[in-house]
Design a binder for this molecule. Structure first.
Ligand SMILES: NC(=O)c1ccc[n+]([C@@H]2O[C@H](COP(=O)([O-])OP(=O)(O)OC[C@H]3O[C@@H](n4cnc5c(N)ncnc54)[C@H](O)[C@@H]3O)[C@@H](O)[C@H]2O)c1
Ligand SMILES: [Fe+2]
Length: 385
């Protein structure tokens, strides 16, 4: 089989990577930066640290510190307007996926007319975006720094849509994640794990993504609980940063399927944080594929550290793997749909919208139409309470 895999941008990775920022800005010809972040990143002292470094190197900077969760289109438009008004020549996104996706969209708007909705995938307005874009993740979850898409909350149509603009450079410094709160550590860790499990079970897999996905699963199982229990554990944080980054590279080519379709819709309808929604889908994604991809199911279980019983079927092994993930979710405080006050009927009711709004659901190994997804969400509800 012939497959396609890519590497969208260079990555500077490791504790202390941020020390290269000013030199890299100069290397890319930046003289005036737009720094994009949110209140949490500011409160953690990260934005000021980065602004200080730019100032110290004689690089001018303006700030947009009003990023909101899930990159709503109105906020994105304001960031884009600022980029235009200030005539910046480089955009720097600093934060979780919401800040990085806002920065990707603002980079598009820096050189193209507003609003961002013109450039949503499927609407087809062509655009050129050449301004350098640096992305500096401060959570370990989305992998947005190496994926092509910015996931934007389209407030007009109440859906998550996307704009395609890769970074020019990613700077992944695990030290920047040391201040991530416990609950965000858990949710973002499950987001990265869901990227790996989903990207390993699409109809677009490739050899590079396969290797990355299995390693991501191993890295996360060996470090997420450690980082959750001790946020200052730099070794665990470093493994999670690597896992998140590698998972982003994997799903950028291999895509995702029903887990993220459901998670996006749950995010919009129930205002659930992205990673919390993704976590709930992982066990069902694993068991869903055990009949059509038994070998992959066993590989997933091995990577997750399940003791494979001799003679067990792929379906049984998949169930054990799913159970292991549910146990980890409980220990890390992931709330079930029921605990969030959502009824089973309401949860299953998102199936239609999830399929309609997320065409990548067709990348699943078996067809997922609304009745199939309804049933899967029903299982998510019953199997994790
Ligand atoms: N573009 C992609 O490829 C892609 C992939 C997956 C998810 N996403 C999107 O990413 C978004 C979710 O991103 P997220 O899970 O990183 O959440 P987030 O960006 O909303 O951040 C979550 C919270 O963590 C805080 N935070 C971030 N870094 C911190 C730090 N170092 N110290 C203290 N607090 C910190 C933030 O202030 C915020 O309150 C969603 O919109 C989702 O759709 C995008
Ligand atoms: Fe995700």
């Amino acid at each position: 089989m012939v497959s396609t895999y890519s590497q969208l941008c260079p990555v500077v990775f490791g504790p202390g990577a941020i020390n290269q920022l000013a030199d890299k800005v100069k290397e890319y010809g930046g003289t005036k930066a737009l720094c994009i972040y949110d209140a949490g990143v500011k409160a953690a002292g990260i934005a000021d640290k980065i602004l200080g470094r730019l100032a110290g190197a004689g690089i001018a900077a303006v700030s947009f510190g009003e990023v909101l969760p899930d990159a709503p289109s109105e906020t994105v438009n304001r960031a884009g307007r600022l980029a235009q008004d200030e005539g910046v020549d480089i955009v720097i996104g600093i934060g979780g996926g919401s800040a990085l996706d806002t920065a990707k969209a603002a980079a598009v708007l820096a050189e193209n007319p507003l609003p961002i909705s013109r450039y949503f995938v499927g609407r087809g307005s062509p655009f050129k975006s050449t301004i350098p874009l640096f992305l500096i993740p401060t959570t370990s979850g989305t992998g947005s720094e190496v994926s092509i898409m910015a996931v934007i909350h389209d407030e007009e149509n109440h859906v998550k849509d996307s704009v395609l603009r890769p970074a020019s450079l990613a700077i992944v410094d695990p030290e920047l994640t040391l201040t991530v709160p416990k609950s965000v550590t858990a949710m973002t860790g499950f987001d990265a794990l869901s990227h790996a499990v989903e990207a390993y079970t699409t109809n677009r897999t490739n050899p590079k993504a396969d290797i990355l996905c299995l390693e991501v699963m191993r890295l996360i199982m060996g470090s997420l609980e450690k980082a959750y229990n001790d946020g200052s554990d730099l070794e665990a944080r470093t493994r999670l940063s690597l896992a998140s980054n590698l998972a982003g590279m994997a799903f950028n080519d291999a895509f995702l399927h029903f887990g993220h379709a459901a998670a996006h819709e749950m995010g919009v309808v129930f205002h659930m944080p992205h990673g919390a929604a993704c976590a709930l889908t992982i066990p069902e994604v694993i068991t869903f594929v055990s009949d059509v991809a038994p070998e992959r199911t066993i590989k997933i279980a091995e990577a997750l550290g399940v003791d494979i019983r001799k003679g067990a079927s792929a379906a049984e092994i998949g169930e054990e793997a799913a159970g292991k993930i549910r146990g980890l979710m409980k220990r890390l405080g992931i709330k079930s749909l029921k605990e969030q006050g959502i009824s089973k009927e309401a949860a299953m009711g998102i199936a239609e919208g999830a399929v309609a709004h997320n065409p990548f659901v067709s990348c699943a190994l078996k067809p997922v139409d609304p009745p199939v997804l309804r049933e899967l969400i029903g299982k998510m509800y019953d199997n994790y309470q």
